[in-house]
Structures are given as structure tokens and as C-alpha cells.
Ligand binder design. Structure first.
Ligand code: GSH
Length: 306
């Protein structure tokens, strides 16, 4: 699996064992934590994301060291983090000094390197179908961003002009593959038309309908009766959208049932929800209140479906 050759930051090279740069509420990091849990690797001690003291760099047998990059405090938009991840997004994984980026590549790496049931099926046809579903989920990631920022985070996620200047400056050093600069510019200035948000919501709605109909054959998980990398990608979308008030159960009942099966797994409970429960409850309450006033994501989804 492609590791990053010669990262700009000296931090990854100093780390021993497994270290995950992540944020509890970020779906892209949650799917990697889920995969770690499925591989029997539990969250270990917490370290500051940029700490390289003698004890902070140590690994923990059978566990991964948690290095939180706060998306709220904007740790990901600092020069220190931009040197670890040029796109300034989470997650990033380090294993014995080697740096891996991109949640899909990280999960593939974990699957190849650690034991447990495979997350990527070996049988060629199923493997191809699984990776196609994962690619589709990757493409929909932008839609999740638009929908959850608009109907979930609201003003909380807007950047002030100073923060936007800093982001632009740091982005020049990276590829800005996630287009954070242009997104935050439009989002913070409120220049993204409402129709764009609704289009992204409609894309998600269509994709969920499609996956919902596939589940009607009674399979336990998205691709078969075994959990796979596709479950890791799609379940985190549902988690995030439920937090924002998407009425998943009403519109996609089979998908909701499947999500409950994933949600019940120890890897989801411990590694995904773990320290995310309070935030999850706060978002859900906010969404319920907005829905009471008739202006939440629930109403938007009902309108897309109509
Ligand atoms: N393709 C990347 C996407 C990473 C990504 O977009 N991460 C989000 C969290 S889910 C992030 O860090 N966003 C920072 C922001 O929105 O400011 C991956 O799958 O690893």
C-alpha cells in the first residue's frame, strides 16, 4: 500500500507502533477507527497530535495511540499538520514511522497488515463490487460535506477572514485535493446557492435508495453476510446524517436495519461512538428542535423525496 515517501514533517518518522491522527466526530476518521476495531486494535492512550516527547512517540502493543487533530480548534489548518497531511484533512495513520493518507488506502493497509476477518473480500467479483461501492461512497463525500455543513454545523463551521487567509496560504504548499479553500470561501461568505445544497442532498437520497433496494435480498451487510470496507464507508455517512436529522428510517427502512446491525458491533460502539456520544446527542437534539420549527434536514429530505 502506498506510504508517503519523505513526508515534509519530521513527526511521522519519529513514531513507533500505530498512531492515528483523527477527530472523534469526523466520518473519514470514524471509518478507519471502525476498521481498527474490526482488526482487534483498540484505542490506546491520548497524545497531543504534534507531541514527539520520548514517551509520546512510543507505541502500545495491540492498540493505537490517539492523536486528536481538532477540526473545531482548526488544528488541521496549522502548518504543523499541513506538513503531515498536505490536504489538511483527517485521518492520517503512522505505523512504525511510515505515513499513510486517505482512509481507503489506510483501511487497505490495515487489512493487509493485521489479522482478523478480511475487510476486502478475496473473491475477485465480490472484491470488485465492494471496491466499486467504496468508490461511490468516496465520490459522495463532497455531498456529505455540503449537506452536513448546511443543515448540521451551520455558523459553527464558518471561517473568519483571518482563518481563511491562513488556509489559503497553507493550501499553496499542498494539492488542496479536497478543495477546502474554495469550499470554505463560499460557505463562510454564504455565496453557495441553496440549490447546490439541495442537489447534493438529492444525490445522497438517490444513492441511499439504490443501496436500500440491494439490501432487500436479506444479506446481513452491504456486500454479503460478512462485514467489509463498504460497510465502514457507508455506515459513517448514515451516522453523520442521522445526527443532522435525516429521517433514514422513514425513507430507507432496509438501510436503517442494516445500519442498526453495524451500529451494534463492538468496533462501532467502542471505536466510533466511544468519545463521540455527547456530541452525537447534542447534534441530534439540535436537529429535533429545527425540525419542530419546520426548517431542518428532515423537511429538506421530505421535499427531495416528493
Ligand atoms: N478522501 C479523504 C477525505 C478526508 C476528509 O475530507 N476529512 C474531513 C473529515 S471527514 C476533514 O478533515 N475535513 C476538514 C474540514 O472540513 O475542514 C479520506 O477519505 O481520507
Amino acid at each position: 500500500m502506498p506510504k508517503v515517501e519523505q513526508p515534509a514533517s519530521p513527526i511521522p518518522g519519529a513514531l513507533k507502533g500505530l498512531h492515528l491522527f483523527h477527530f472523534d466526530g469526523a466520518p473519514c476518521a470514524q471509518r478507519v477507527r471502525f476498521a481498527l476495531g474490526e482488526k482487534g486494535l483498540a484505542r490506546g492512550r491520548e497524545e497531543k497530535f504534534d507531541s514527539v516527547t520520548r514517551t509520546a512517540v512510543m507505541g502500545e502493543p495491540g492498540r493505537w495511540v490517539s492523536r486528536i487533530v481538532s477540526l473545531v480548534k482548526k488544528d488541521h489548518m496549522t502548518r504543523t499538520y499541513a506538513e503531515i497531511h498536505p490536504n489538511m484533512v483527517v485521518p492520517a495513520l503512522v505505523h512504525d514511522g511510515d505515513l499513510y493518507l486517505e482512509s481507503m488506502d489506510i483501511i487497505e493497509y490495515l487489512d493487509e497488515t493485521f489479522g482478523g476477518a478480511p475487510l476486502i473480500p478475496a473473491e475477485p467479483a465480490l472484491r470488485a463490487a465492494t471496491m466499486q461501492r467504496v468508490e461511490q461512497a468516496k465520490e459522495l463525500h463532497r455531498s456529505i460535506r455540503y449537506v452536513t455543513f448546511h443543515w448540521g454545523l451551520g455558523r459553527l463551521a464558518m471561517l473568519n477572514p483571518k482563518e481563511r487567509r491562513q488556509l489559503t496560504e497553507l493550501a499553496h504548499q499542498g494539492k488542496d485535493g479536497e478543495n477546502l479553500v474554495s469550499f470554505y470561501e463560499g460557505y463562510s461568505n454564504r455565496t453557495i446557492p441553496e440549490a447546490v445544497y439541495r442537489d447534493h442532498l438529492a444525490k445522497l437520497y438517490q444513492a441511499f435508495r439504490e443501496v436500500n433496494s440491494e439490501l432487500k435480498d436479506g444479506r446481513q451487510f452491504l456486500m454479503s453476510d460478512e462485514v467489509s470496507i463498504a460497510d465502514a464507508f457507508w455506515s459513517m455517512k448514515i451516522l453523520r446524517l442521522l445526527e443532522c436529522g435525516y429521517p433514514v428510517q422513514n425513507h430507507h427502512p432496509d438501510l436503517y436495519e442494516w445500519y442498526q446491525r453495524i451500529y451494534a458491533r463492538p468496533s462501532f460502539q467502542n471505536e466510533v461512538m466511544g468519545k463521540n456520544r455527547l456530541t452525537n446527542r447534542a447534534f441530534r437534539t439540535k436537529a429535533q428542535i429545527e425540525s419542530l420549527f419546520g426548517k431542518g434536514l428532515k423537511q429538506a429530505v421530505d421535499a427531495v423525496a416528493a
